[in-house]
Design a protein around this ligand. Structure first.
Ligand code: JFB
Length: 465
């Protein structure tokens, strides 16, 4: 690739001789030429600027001087694929995919670095309209520089490191994959293992490559959610797997194809209506197909009524977590837009608390909580929201009832989906029970999860609203 840079401060580009850029140039992979714009002036003062048409502050760079300079470097190179890059605060923000396109498809790159208030608008317009040259007005970001030089150096460095055969290539696979995934990179560490009291995360020293990979993916997702939520909303649906979606949902994101925000909060004592409504709405969705409607209605009336939830909510040992979703909007989220999508009810109990049913007691023993309800609207199945809801509930439980070391549950033994889901989240089958829904017997599997062996994942913590 040939690069020509035109500027009134050619010394600025001495930095390109340093390090890898210098080597790329001496290896012949890259030819760079830096030109002083004033060499194309004709007056004794070597004038490149004039007052703006229409008045106002500052000076504008003269199109006649720029035209002569650009014509000459383009003609001299005689290249087929030429790009004229013009740094400007009103340009398109430069992206890696644009840079990659440049590196792959450009023979000759000309960078026109303005100063003052910039270059007369007609310069870019002329080359766009009257030549084969592709004009690229670009910006580094939404902050103001004094001229185009810094942006030119950034463009040249970003482009050159992608050139085939560039010293130091092949580019690390990490970057390649992150460029494609649209996520920020995970944090990097190196020896010493302890530095100023700070440790390298132990998983990185464990030698377990699977775990390392999982941890890094998790860090990438959490970092992107925290620093660049815009990137999360832009992710293509196929770059995220279920475990990714669980992590993002716990941090408040339901990315494409859902494109909604989510939040988790503990239901407050007065919220009997909200709780009863969501419970009554979701219970029928989760019932076996052959269960009579009357039995379902009967169960709802007895156990999911407002009165029933008043009793649940009045007992401080119960933990009800509500899952709420809202559309993503530019202007933030209006509070009425949040809709309840699911809930969990955990019976926690004081130290020594025993779960309500005898066979559950045997399985969990003391210090065991009971996941009495765990329901999510079926429209969210596959979104990762269920996993997030469950793990966030675990995190709330651990925070509010630290003496508890286990949690158990019962679920219909025919419900393969639920059994697989709970297994995936650390629950292990440990018994059976019969469960009455409106007087009809249902066979349940009992499962228990240990909090000590199977920690609540860090991504589910500190998400309290
Ligand atoms: C680029 C420049 C100026 C008009 C002009 C030429 N991200 C960025 N911020 N600022 C620039 C940029 C890029 N790329 C930039 C070229 C020129 C700034 N100026 C100064 C300041 C304000 N308005 C002149």
């Amino acid at each position: 690739m040939r690069i020509d840079i035109i500027s009134i401060f050619p010394q600025f580009f001495d930095c390109l001789d340093v390090s890898l850029m210098g080597k790329a140039r001496s290896s012949g992979l890259l030819q760079t030429h830096v030109w002083d714009l004033r060499d194309w002036t004709q007056d004794v003062h070597r004038t490149v600027d004039r007052a703006p048409a229409g008045g106002g502050a500052g000076m504008v760079m003269k199109p006649d001087v720029w035209g002569k300079a650009i014509d000459q470097v383009i003609e001299q190179a005689g290249a087929a694929k030429t790009v004229l890059a013009i740094p400007t605060p009103s340009g398109i923000p430069l992206t890696q995919s644009q840079v990659r396109d440049l590196a792959e498809n450009t023979e000759h790159l000309v960078v026109a670095c303005g100063r003052y208030e910039g270059i007369d608008q007609r310069v870019g317009q002329y080359y766009q309209q009257n030549t084969e040259v592709q004009v690229l007005p670009f910006s580094l970001g939404d902050y103001v520089l004094n001229g185009g030089e810094v942006a030119a150096v950034a463009l040249v460095e970003a482009t050159c490191r992608l050139l085939e055969g560039f010293v130091g290539n092949p580019n690390s696979l990490v970057e390649e994959s992150y460029e494609l995934s649209g996520l920020l990179e995970y944090p990097a560490y190196t020896q010493p293992a302890t530095w100023r009291g700070l440790e390298i995360p132990p998983v990185l020293l464990s030698g377990d490559h699977q775990k390392v990979k999982k941890w890094r993916r998790q860090q990438s997702l959490m970092l992107t959610a925290e620093r660049r939520p815009d990137l999360i909303w832009k992710l293509a649906p196929d770059v995220l797997v279920k475990s990714d979606r669980e992590i993002l949902a716990a941090r408040g994101f339901l990315p494409a194809p859902y494109r909604q925000q989510v939040r988790f909060r503990r239901a407050q004592p007065g919220e009997t209506v909200t709780c009863s409504a969501i419970a009554s709405r979701l219970f029928p969705q989760a019932c076996p197909k052959d269960l009579p409607e009357e039995a379902i209605a009967c169960f709802i009336e007895d156990e999911l009524s407002e009165a029933a939830f008043k009793a649940y909510l009045d007992d401080p040992n119960n933990l009800i977590i509500l899952v709420e979703v809202a559309p993503v909007t530019q202007t933030g989220t209006d509070d009425t837009a949040w809709e309840t999508a699911g809930y969990t009810l955990i019976e926690a109990g004081a130290p020594g608390f025993l779960p309500p049913e005898e066979n559950l007691m045997q399985s969990g023993g003391k210090n065991c909580a009971y996941l009495s309800k765990c329901y999510l609207d079926a429209c969210w199945h596959g979104s990762g929201l269920a996993g997030a809801m469950l793990e966030v509930s675990h995190a709330y439980l651990q925070e509010s009832f630290p003496h508890l070391t286990k949690i158990c549950l019962g679920t219909n033994r025919e419900n393969r989906q639920a059994l697989k889901f709970y297994r995936h989240h650390g629950y292990r089958k440990c018994g059976r029970r019969t469960f009455l829904v409106g007087g009809i017997e249902n066979l349940d599997v009992i499962a228990v999860r240990d909090f000590t062996a199977c920690q609540v994942p860090s991504w589910a913590q500190n998400v309290a609203q």
